[in-house]
Design a protein around this ligand. Structure first.
Ligand SMILES: [Fe+2]
Ligand SMILES: [Fe+2]
Length: 197
């Protein structure tokens, strides 16, 4: 990703956060985000947006998708813009300080060269959605709906769900934000980024 786009995305991310989130603690949360590799990290090791700046780009894509879904469902002024910004922008904050660059030897035109690749090096092994909730809630108090939406945003891709946990479907039946955040995440990943979780 071009350096200019990475910078632009960072600016957009901070602007969306500052103009939509007024809850106490947002300054501390944004300071924390800026202290991590969030704006330069990839969104995955080799699937969707596995490139510098991918994580922030993905978060912005999810925000755009979630806004559209909210407007379709409830109209321009019929939804909570602060909750949408919090849920979309920070749903994958668990992926900050999560990837590192390693090198492997690859044979190119008969010559061995070192090529970089992303690998996982999790500084805080707390899970995925549950980890994002833990991090965000450490700075600003999430509403129950926001916490549940972020926690279950992976839907059927969640390892807990794949192991038989069914609380996410109860959560989806009670909290529309959880359903729509998951849909926005899938749309961003597969339609905008043409990737794989
Ligand atoms: Fe995720
Ligand atoms: Fe995501």
């Amino acid at each position: 990703m071009e350096k200019e786009l990475i910078e632009q995305n960072k600016e957009d991310f901070l602007n969306i956060a500052r103009s939509n989130i007024t809850r106490e603690g947002i300054d501390g949360l944004l300071k924390f985000v800026e202290s991590t590799d969030f704006f330069t990290a990839p969104a995955s090791t080799k699937f969707h947006l596995a490139e510098e700046g991918g994580l922030c780009q993905h978060s912005l894509n999810v925000y755009e998708r979630l806004e559209k879904l909210m407007i379709m469902e409830y109209g321009e002024d019929g939804y909570n813009k602060e909750s949408v910004a919090i849920a979309a922008l920070f749903h994958d904050i668990c992926k900050a300080c999560f990837y590192k660059i390693d090198y492997r030897n690859v044979k190119e035109d008969g010559v061995w060269v070192q090529r970089p690749y992303y690998t996982v090096d999790d500084a805080l092994p707390y899970g995925h959605g549950e980890k994002s909730v833990y991090i965000v809630n450490g700075y600003l108090r999430l509403t129950r709906e926001e916490a549940i939406a972020i926690n279950w945003h992976m839907g059927g891709f969640d390892k807990r769900v794949q192991s038989g946990e069914s609380a996410y479907s109860v959560a989806y039946s009670k909290y529309p934000l959880a359903v729509l955040l998951h849909l926005a995440d899938v749309q961003a990943t597969y339609l905008d980024e043409q990737g794989d979780e």
